[in-house]
Structure formats: structure tokens, C-alpha cells
Design a binder for this molecule. Structure first.
Ligand SMILES: [Zn+2]
Length: 269
């Protein structure tokens, strides 16, 4: 059986019991979704515009409260109680289709979102690990989204390197370059950071704080709640082969239970 089929079956099973699972957790936890490209380019991390439209309609129909990441991280920091139906949307790398395909749908529902940009690629193209080349947002598109007040931009470094073997000095250089480029372009402070490929070291936390960031995001899956480490917040990867069972599961406690054995005994599916 294919890996995605096994995953789907597990998520279908967990989704059926996710209301019961809620009883095991004292404080409500919420999901931060991580998207990349919204298009028809066939890359593994891409979601088609049609499926993205279905997903946003699902959030709308099921009364999810979509909040901005700045709002959510503020609540986490202050230890404010969250509703189980809170969700935040993020997009990594800053693909141009976030403007052409995702943004019209976000505007339709008035859903805020955060795009994490690798600033060296603005107006150029990005080639992913499967050699798929995808256009990145240009300056005019970024400015237009910022001026709507619906989309906020965060740093995803300047050149999108793997960070775990970078010296502290090189890490600072990467982050500073991207923060300054973004702030120059959008005229607003850049306070959110996402680690490229989710790779980080704990010594980065103090550096980011010192540089004026308020939170940083990993790619480890699960839900977030007040008291979580603000410099490695979990996000849930939404991708083409994931399908609807996994999408629904990543909004609920299913994703916590699914990842529990994976986190405890490194069991990997
Ligand atoms: Zn990335």
C-alpha cells in the first residue's frame, strides 16, 4: 500500500475520534497551516487552485476563525485562551501564484495570511528539490498585497540556505539582509521568521529575539497552545497528495495523535 494511502486511512480513523481526543487536552490548541505554491505545476508541495478553493470554503463553512499570525503569536505570548476553531494560514517561499491564485480566494473570505519570503528571489524564480521551477512574487505584487492589509510578510532568510550548519555570523547576515530588504519594500517592521526546510538550532532563538522578531516557525507538525516555545512553533504541511482527510485532520487533534508516536519513538510514516 502506498504511503499516502496508509496516511489517509490513519487520518480518516483519527478524524472520527478527534472530538473525543479533545477531552485529553486541557487547553485548546490551534493549527497553523503551511502552504507553498498554489498552482498546477505538479510539484509535491503544491496545492491546485481548485483544491485550495475547496479548503478555504471548508474553513468558512465550518466557522473556523482565520486569524493573522501576528494576532495568533500575540495571544500565545500573552497566554490568552484560544478557541479550538482558530487557524492561521502561512505560505513559504513567496511564489507568484500566491498572488494570482491564492489571494483572490483569501480576499473572497477575508482570510488573513502570512507569506514567508526568501528575499533574494523576489521577481525571479525558485527551483525546488524536484527541479520544478516556479516564479516568485515581484515587488509590485508584494506591495499590492501589503496595502490590502490582509497579507503580512515574514522573513524566510535571503538565499534560503540550510541553516543547521551555518555559523551564527552567517545566520545573522542571512536574516539581516532579508529583514532589511523586506522592511524597505513594505515599509513595515518584519517580526516573523520561518526556518527554510524547518532546519534550526536552539542558539538561533536568542539571535532572532535580539534582532526584533517575535516568533519563528518550524515544519514540525502538531497544534500550538499558550506556553509553547515561540521560536519553533509547529505548522502543518498541506500538499497535493495529502488529500482532504489529512487537511481536515490537520485542523484538529488528529494531527497531535498522528504525530505522537512519531515524536516519541521516531516511528515514521
Ligand atoms: Zn522554503
Amino acid at each position: 500500500m502506498k504511503r499516502e494511502t496508509i496516511k489517509k486511512i490513519i487520518y480518516l480513523f483519527l478524524n472520527a475520534f478527534s472530538i473525543a481526543a479533545r477531552l485529553f487536552y486541557r487547553s485548546p490548541r490551534v493549527s497553523i497551516l503551511m502552504y507553498h505554491s498554489i498552482g498546477d505545476n505538479g510539484a509535491f508541495f503544491t496545492v491546485t487552485p481548485k483544491e485550495f478553493a475547496w479548503q478555504m470554503a471548508y474553513l468558512n463553512e465550518h466557522d473556523f476563525q482565520v486569524v493573522s499570525l501576528a494576532q495568533l503569536t500575540g495571544k500565545l505570548k500573552r497566554g490568552e485562551k484560544l478557541s479550538d476553531k482558530t487557524v492561521a494560514l502561512t505560505f513559504d517561499d513567496g511564489y507568484a501564484d500566491n498572488f494570482t491564485s491564492a489571494w483572490p480566494i483569501l480576499k473572497k473570505y477575508n482570510f488573513p495570511a502570512t507569506i514567508f519570503l526568501a528575499t533574494d528571489y523576489i521577481g525571479r524564480s525558485f527551483t525546488n528539490s524536484e527541479n520544478v521551477r516556479i516564479k516568485v512574487l515581484d515587488q509590485a505584487q508584494i506591495k499590492e498585497m501589503v496595502s490590502s492589509g490582509l497579507v503580512e510578510f515574514g522573513s524566510h532568510t535571503h538565499t534560503h540556505p540550510r541553516l543547521e550548519n551555518l555559523s551564527a555570523a552567517d545566520f545573522i547576515k542571512e536574516v539581516r539582509q532579508s529583514k532589511e530588504a523586506l522592511e524597505d519594500l513594505i515599509g513595515q517592521p518584519c517580526r516573523l521568521f520561518a526556518y527554510p526546510k524547518g532546519c534550526f538550532r536552539n542558539d538561533f532563538f536568542a539571535i532572532l529575539k535580539e534582532m526584533g522578531f517575535t516568533a519563528a516557525f518550524s515544519v514540525k507538525e502538531g497544534l500550538v497552545s499558550p506556553g509553547d516555545e515561540l521560536w519553533a512553533l509547529k505548522r502543518n504541511f498541506i500538499y497535493r497528495a495529502g488529500g482532504r482527510a489529512q487537511f481536515k485532520g490537520k485542523l484538529t487533534y488528529s494531527v497531535v495523535i498522528y504525530n505522537w508516536p512519531k515524536n516519541k519513538i521516531q516511528f515514521y510514516l
